[in-house]
Design a protein around this ligand. Sequence first.
Ligand code: KET
Length: 408
Amino acid sequence: MDSQGSSFDHVVRAPEDPILGVTVAYNKDQSPVKLNLGVGAYRTEEGKPLVLNVVRQAEHSLVNDKARVKEYLPIVGLAEFNKLSAKLIFGSDSSAIQDNRVVTVQCLSGTGSLRVGGEFLAKHYHERTIYIPAPTWGNHPKVFTLAGLSVKTYRYYDPSTRGLDFQGLLEDLNSTPSGAIILFHACAHNPTGVDPTLEQWGQIRQLIRSRGLLPFFDSAYQGFASGSLDADAQSVRMFASDGGECVVAQSYAKNMGLYGERVGALSIVCKTADVAGRVESQVKLVIRPMYSNPPIHGASIVAAILKDRDLYNEWTIELKAMADRIISMRYQLFEALQARGTPGDWSHIIKQIGMFTFTGLNTEQVAFMTKEYHIYMTSDGRISMAGLSSRTVPHLADAIHAAVTKAA
Ligand code: KET
């Protein structure tokens, strides 16, 4: 043993991540009835992770293509992937794409896209404050703070109605400094499952444009909210088609089930093609010292699916099936609570959109459900509906019922 001790003796143990740490705790539990409803990751009715059929097909042809090599990609990633990703989010008829004023770069899934976008803005945009909704995905404040932005919140969710605090949102966006960056969830807001209606999006757009604010969309669930890729991109398309500027982070983790492949894209819609070219040159300077260039495999899978009409169509069917299964879990859970006569109004379970239900259960109730029922979820009462199945709904309903009646 070195008498000097460790150079790292002063290092204190950090807490586990509030979302990914739930899986760590779940993995340690030996109970046969344990259920992980923490991380937003799709599971089949059998409770198994799902590799989409189209992904298997695309991988198969990639592996068999002897012309494929493992050279470095350019700093901005796979060109074909970038083009197709922009088309997917902005629409095949997007005027912004036709005008060549969209820069799209391949990044490390949604998180990496948010981080690269954040760092680019911190370096080159005049207003360094980003407003994020309250509440939001737990990683947002950390990603943007480390990117060099200062993070503030705007009102979004009203616990008393379990709906959107639209008035509060408008008031808060109205009183931000002019030019501030505003983060939106493109659809399927995490953790609340509450999205603005299209009409509300229209009003938000007007306010954003009239005040010269910069919208930054996090699109992690395109296709997962409604089952339709186009419907879920409407908010983004509204902003991208009005001639103004916006930033979009896309993830293929959920909608193609490519979680661990880390595939995503950052797009910056600029006023002109000339600006877009200069912006791209600076985004490259953000990426190169961070991870040099992105990995090739996942982006090749996505490109293979997006460019082939048959694979693309099959993907939309598989995606819709995942979205539909989640929606059906909402009804099953709601009915199971009704059947048990669980006190309270649980209709938000069927009203909320996307992968999660924001149950309204408090930290103690969540801790109780974990301890007594081996159900793992984030302490804010969010459950991943995608982790549930017909087989496990009764167990969850029993746990919620017990948690609610015990506390009453
Ligand atoms: N944005 C949102 C809103 C989001 O929910 C996630 C992931 C991401 C971005 C990043 O995903 P990526 O895998 O980097 O493409 N959310 C789930 C997983 C996680 O926390 O990492 C979750 O909330 O459970």
